[in-house]
Ligand binder design. Structure first.
Ligand code: KG4
Ligand code: ZN
Length: 335
C-alpha cells in the first residue's frame, strides 16, 4: 500500500509518500518563505498562486523519490481544514482530481490532527491515550486523544497563537520573519529573568485556555521603553518573552494531563521546534513520571509526511470519500 499525503494549508507546498507499514518513503516541502518574507507574514493570495505553480512538481518529486509510479498509489490524504481557503482549495482540488483519475480513495485530514500524527512518522509506538499540544503559527490547542482519530478539543487560545506571538514580537523587535527561530536564536544569549512577563491565566470559563496577546503588548511596552538599549537588553527581552510562552504551554499541558489522569504527552506544531520548550517539557515530564513524545524538529513545521501518516491511520477506519462525493462536494473528503 502506498499513500500520498498533500499539504497546502498555509505557505508550504508539500507532498510525501508512506507505505503500508507507515514508513516514510519520501517527503518534499517547497517553502514559500522567500515570497512572503518582504511582507513580514503570509499573503494569502500569493500563497495560493504559488501552490498552484508548484503542486504538480512537488507531487511528481515525492512519487519519484519514493521509487514508485502514480499508478502504484493506493490512496491520497489531503489537508482539508483549517487553513487559508485559497491555499486549501489548491491541495484539495489536486487531490480530488488525482483520486478520481486513479480511482483510489481520498482521505481528508484536519491539519491539527496532522500535526499530532507527526509523532507517528517512522515511530509506531503506542501513544494514545495522550494529551496533545498543537502549538503553531495559527493554533495553540490541547487535545485529549483517547485513541486513533478519537480526539477531543480541551482548550485553545482565546486570541493569538503562540507562534503568532513569536512572529509579532520578532516584528516589534525588527528581527525579521518567521519570528520563532529568530527569537530563539537571540534569546540563547539572554537572561530570561531580567524582564518578568506575565503568564495569562483565566479565572472564568475554561482554565486551560491560552492567551498571548497581553504578553505581546507587554513586550511592545518594554521594547519602546528600552528603544536605545544595547544588544544584551534585546537578548534579555527575547529570553523573557520566550520563558513566559514556554511556562504557559508547560503549565496548561501538564495540568490537563493531571486532570484527565493521562500518562502520555505529545508535542507538535511549528513552535514545538523550539529547544527551550522541548527541554522544559522533557524536564516536567521526568519530574511527573510522564512520557513525552516530540517529533524531530523538521517534522514540527508544516509538512505532508504527517498528513500521509494521519491518512494511513484514518484508512484503517475506512473514513474515506466515496467516488461520487469526489465529484459532488467541493470538500468531498470524508470529514
Ligand atoms: O506549524 P507551522 O509550520 O504552521 C502553522 O500551522 O501555523 O508553524 C509555524 C510557526 C511560526 O509562527 C514560527 O514562528 C513558529 O512556528 N516556529 C517557532 C520555531 N520554529 C518555528 N517558534 C518558536 N521557536 C522556534 N524554533
Ligand atoms: Zn501547521
Amino acid at each position: 500500500m502506498y499513500i500520498l499525503g498533500i499539504e497546502t494549508s498555509c505557505d508550504e507546498t508539500a507532498a510525501a509518500v508512506v507505505n503500508g507499514k507507515k514508513e516514510l518513503l519520501s517527503n518534499v516541502v517547497f517553502s514559500q518563505l522567500r515570497v512572503h518574507k518582504p511582507y513580514g507574514g503570509v499573503v494569502p493570495e500569493f500563497a495560493s498562486r504559488n501552490h498552484l505553480k508548484k503542486i504538480n512538481i512537488v507531487i511528481s518529486q515525492a512519487v519519484e523519490k519514493a521509487g514508485i509510479k502514480l499508478s502504484d498509489l493506493s490512496a491520497i490524504a489531503v489537508t482539508c481544514t483549517p487553513g487559508l481557503i485559497g491555499s486549501l482549495l489548491i491541495g484539495i482540488s489536486t487531490a480530488k482530481a488525482l483520486a478520481y483519475a486513479l480511482n483510489i480513495p481520498l482521505v481528508g485530514i484536519n491539519h491539527l490532527y496532522g500535526h499530532i500524527y507527526a509523532n507517528y512518522i517512522n515511530d509506531n509506538r503506542k501513544k494514545f491515550p495522550g494529551i496533545a499540544l498543537v502549538v503553531s503559527g495559527g493554533h495553540t490547542s490541547l487535545f485529549l486523544c483517547s485513541s486513533h482519530n478519537n480526539f477531543f478539543l480541551l482548550s485553545q487560545t482565546r486570541d493569538d497563537a503562540a507562534g503568532e506571538a513569536f512572529d509579532k514580537v520578532a516584528k516589534i523587535m525588527n528581527l525579521g520573519y518567521p519570528g520563532g527561530p529568530l527569537i530563539e536564536k537571540i534569546a540563547k544569549k539572554g537572561d530570561p529573568d531580567i524582564f518578568k512577563f506575565p503568564s495569562a491565566r483565566f479565572k472564568k470559563g475554561n482554565k486551560l485556555d491560552f492567551s498571548f496577546s497581553g504578553l505581546k503588548t507587554a513586550v511592545w511596552y518594554a521594547f519602546n521603553k528600552n528603544r536605545d538599549a544595547d544588544k544584551i537588553c534585546l537578548q534579555n527581552l527575547a529570553a523573557g518573552f520566550q520563558k513566559s510562552v514556554v511556562d504557559t504551554l508547560v503549565r496548561n499541558t501538564f495540568e490537563s494531563a493531571a486532570q484527565y489522569k493521562i500518562k502520555n504527552i505529545l508535542l507538535s506544531g511549528g513552535v514545538a521546534a523550539n529547544s527551550v520548550l522541548r527541554k522544559a517539557m522533557a524536564e516536567k515530564a521526568k519530574e511527573k513520571g510522564l512520557c513525552l513524545f516530540c517529533p524531530p524538529k523538521g517534522f514540527c513545521t508544516d509538512n505532508a509526511a504527517m498528513i500521509a501518516v494521519a491518512g494511513a491511520y484514518k484508512m484503517r477506519k475506512s473514513l474515506v470519500a466515496s467516488r461520487s462525493s469526489l465529484v459532488k462536494s467541493w470538500m468531498g473528503c470524508g470529514l
